[in-house]
Ligand binder design. Structure first.
Ligand code: ADP
Ligand code: NI
Length: 222
C-alpha cells in the first residue's frame, strides 16, 4: 500500500523526527517543531485522500521542509548537504532522496530558479504547509510572528488594498492584520489538491469571520 509506511520506513521516519526536532526545538520564528508536527499531520491526511501519493516521500518531505530554509540556516547549500548525508546514513535510496530534496528545495527557496513542483507528493506537502498558515492556527502564527518582529497588531490608517506590492509590506509598516491580505487570504486559491482546497475553504471562512469580528470590536460595535 503506497499510502502507508512499511516497517523500515517507520524506523527512518522516527530517526528523521529526532533529527528535525534537535534542529528546530529552540526556534522562535514560527518554524518551530510543532509547526512541523502539524504539517506532518496535514500531510498524512492529504496523502490518504490523494490516493496516488507515496506516503514515505510525503512524510519525509514534510519533516524536512524547513531545515534548509534561509530563515533558519546560515548556509542553505551546506544545509542541503547535511540533509543528504543524514538520509544516506538512514539508507534512504538515491531515487527517494532526489524526490524529497526536489520538494524541500522548491518549498524553501521561494520561487527563484527552482523548477515548479510537479509531483503529487510535492503538491500534498505544499498544501499541508499552506493549511498551517490559515485558520485558527494561521492567525496565531501570524500574530506571534508579528510580535517577534516588533510589529503592531493593527494600524487603522493602514488600509489593506487589492494587490498590495511587496514593497508596501517592507517599508516597516507591516502589521499582523495586513499580513492577512498580503498572504493568508490568498492561500485558498493557491491550493494544489482537491482535498487540500476543501479543507482550506473552512479555514478561509474562519479568517474572514475573524476579521469581521476584529473590526467590529475595534470600533466597539460588538
Ligand atoms: P512557511 O515557511 O511556513 O511557509 P513563512 O516563513 O512565510 O511560512 O512564515 C511563517 C509564519 O509566519 C506563517 O504563519 C506566516 O503567516 C507568518 N508570517 C510570515 N510573514 C509575516 C508577516 N510579514 N507578518 C506576520 N506574519 C508573518
Ligand atoms: Ni513550513
Amino acid at each position: 500500500q503506497i499510502n502507508e509506511l512499511n516497517q523500515n520506513e517507520k524506523y527512518i521516519v522516527k530517526a528523521t523526527k529526532n533529527y528535525v526536532f534537535e534542529q528546530l526545538k529552540d526556534d522562535t520564528s514560527g518554524h518551530d517543531w510543532w509547526h512541523i508536527h502539524r504539517v506532518v499531520s496535514n500531510t498524512i491526511k492529504l496523502a490518504r485522500l490523494e490516493k496516488t501519493a507515496n506516503m514515505f516521500i510525503c512524510v519525509m518531505a514534510a519533516l524536512l521542509h524547513d531545515v534548509i530554509d534561509d530563515k533558519l540556516v546560515e548556509d542553505e547549500v551546506e544545509a542541503v548537504e547535511a540533509v543528504k548525508q543524514f538520509m544516506t546514513e538512514q539508507s534512504v535510496t538515491t531515487e527517494e532522496q532526489a524526490s524529497i530534496l526536489s520538494i524541500i528545495c522548491h518549498m524553501s527557496f521561494k520561487g527563484g530558479q527552482q523548477a515548479p513542483l510537479s509531483t503529487i507528493e510535492g503538491f500534498v506537502v505544499q498544501d499541508a504547509d499552506r493549511l498551517d498558515a490559515i485558520g485558527a492556527i494561521g492567525i496565531a502564527r501570524t500574530i506571534y510572528y508579528s510580535g517577534h518582529k516588533g510589529r503592531p497588531i493593527h494600524e487603522p490608517e493602514l488600509k489593506p488594498r487589492e494587490n498590495m506590492s511587496f514593497e508596501d509590506y517592507r517599508n516597516g509598516k507591516d502589521t499582523a492584520i495586513l499580513h492577512f491580505y498580503e498572504k493568508l487570504l490568498k492561500l485558498k486559491d493557491l491550493m494544489n489538491t482537491e482535498s487540500g482546497r476543501q479543507i482550506a475553504e473552512g479555514r478561509h471562512a474562519y479568517l474572514v469571520e475573524y476579521l469581521e469580528q476584529f473590526y467590529a470590536e475595534w470600533d466597539a460595535e460588538r
